[in-house]
Design a protein around this ligand. Sequence first.
Ligand code: SF4
Length: 686
Amino acid sequence: MNAPFARPAGAAPAQPAAPRALADAVEKVRQAVVDAFAGDGALAGAVPGFRERASQREMALAVFEAVVQRSTLAAEAGTGTGKTMAYLVPVLLAGGKVLISAGTKTLQDQIFDKDLPAVCRALGVRVETAILKGRQNYVCRLRLERTQDSGMLGSLDEVRALQHVVRFARVSTSGDRAELAEVPEGAAIWPAVTSTRDNCLGTECAHFENCFVVRARRRALAADVVVVNHHLLMADMALREETDSELLPNADVVIVDEAHHLTRIAADFFGQGWSLQQMTELGADVLRIGLQAARDGAPWPELVRAMETAARAVRLALSESGVPLRARAAYERLARSAAVPLAIAALGQSLGALQAALQQNQGREAELDLLVPRIERLRALMAPWERAAAPAGADVPLPEVVQWVSTSAHGAQFHATPLSCAEAFARAREERQQAWILTSATLTTQQRFDPFLLELGLTDATALRWDSPFDFARQALLYLPTPMPNPQSEDFAELVAEAAWPVVQASRGRAFILCSTLRAVARVSARLRELMRESGDVLPLLVQGDASRRSMLEEFRRQGNAVLVGSVSFWEGIDVRGDALSVVVIDKLPFAPPDDPIVAARIRQLQAQGRNAFRDFQLPHAVTLLRQGVGRLIRDDSDRGILMILDERLLSRSYGKTILASLPPFARTRSQAEACAFLAVAAAAG
Ligand code: SF4
């Protein structure tokens, strides 16, 4: 791609003779950016529904300045600003290599399949583009072949899924499992037919030249614009920090869309962890490869059985130590009694026996050899978990990393999450002299960027925000009913359903009810069902968990009068335009539970630093999530709707003012009659 002024990352600064020509080139591109957003510009002529907006043009110019200066820009752009075009236009016109990272795979696909081609067409810019996901998203030809040969699948469902994957791998050009609708994302077959860093043979693999992962990475290396997701971006940063190797090409500009997700994802990747699921996968690989390549080399089934028994003992020790199912628990308390560390140590010993057997067979088969470093890494990750913790009240310094456990029906994950990734993130940015654009509709709390910037160590960033262009005072009404149910009361969920029902009825469904927990989802929907039956006014009720998120949303749009009750996963990234969505009900202010291991450790750490944990951490995170939930309501100039928040702390607590000041400038009412009248007027206007 032509780069009129962008110098390659790491290259020497421009020579003194060039400043004039460089300045002219910069000015020319700056003008092209302005022209593209004009009412009669390139975008207006080519992008359906394009409207000239000053905020969008201003953001594009701010992005352009950051690209020219190779600086960092944090840009909050309210819903409807058109931030995707506001960053695509300047970076495409400026040239150079660009990495765009999306918060979710859905947004990643949308940018790659729709937005990027549309803007390139409109600007008449020809660039090579590529999409790259984590390796676990691509079918691994070697593991697919081995799984077919082994005949060791556990169920008929897995056999059927395997047949689908085999057919898909024959015809697919990408090998991206998202294109295989017949095999759902969580299907048990995937770990057996995709690769990890630990089990990929790399250049020694017979399929290397035809490998989906290798081909996707080569396309990304050759492309001018590469669309990735935050998981891959952070995995790349963490890998560079750890080993000096890299997953992603070096870019001149890195754009992070939905940047409010970044701190959470960064913490995962700059942290470390292991799981009992990894033991199951390891056992399956040892059995398959051992029996195929070195049947006489060791008693593989016995060794694997011993390891699996030790893994089950760890799960049992967690239950007996009081960790409930599907819970997150701090490890510190568990490790005070010896049971869990001892069980983990025994698991480590069984892994040691496996490792010794594999070492005795080294050189017989490349895949078998690869199992040794894989076990070594696992044992190194497990080692800190084998030690008992100091007794309660002992004077130990606050750790920088919090150890915690999450449980599922038969499994458990062990995480070591850094309490701050600011330093690691700042180091990674410093090493590569790139422009960084971090953007989202929700980066600030009461228009202030500090909590977001501090968490990522972005002390040198320019921070700018643009309000949504929508007329919230006219298009939307914030309804805070009177009286508000008390969030502490036993029947709060039922009271939420009862308070919401008259408004939902008045809008003829077309409502999202967003709850803070899955338990609340079940109770609110149960009470709503009763209310519908009692009133004889039965509307389609879609409840999270009844179907996949995608099919629930399709159904919601198709029905046109449905009520959807969901929890946190429905608060973000959902775009229902027009009449289909007219009411958003939020049960509680979405504060993270203070007993969550990461939240509790972060609070302790901030308090130890003399900072106000509520103001600097808990409140900003709740505001971000609330603003995301609120953002579902008005997605277009013509949308109209009611936001109903049922948490009386919004009015009774002093922080309620901060939260209200962080929301768009809605008109407000406490009267149910006014809320219903607003809906009637909106329906008549529509
Ligand atoms: S190179 Fe790695 S990912 Fe590709 S087919 Fe071989 S083992 Fe699988």
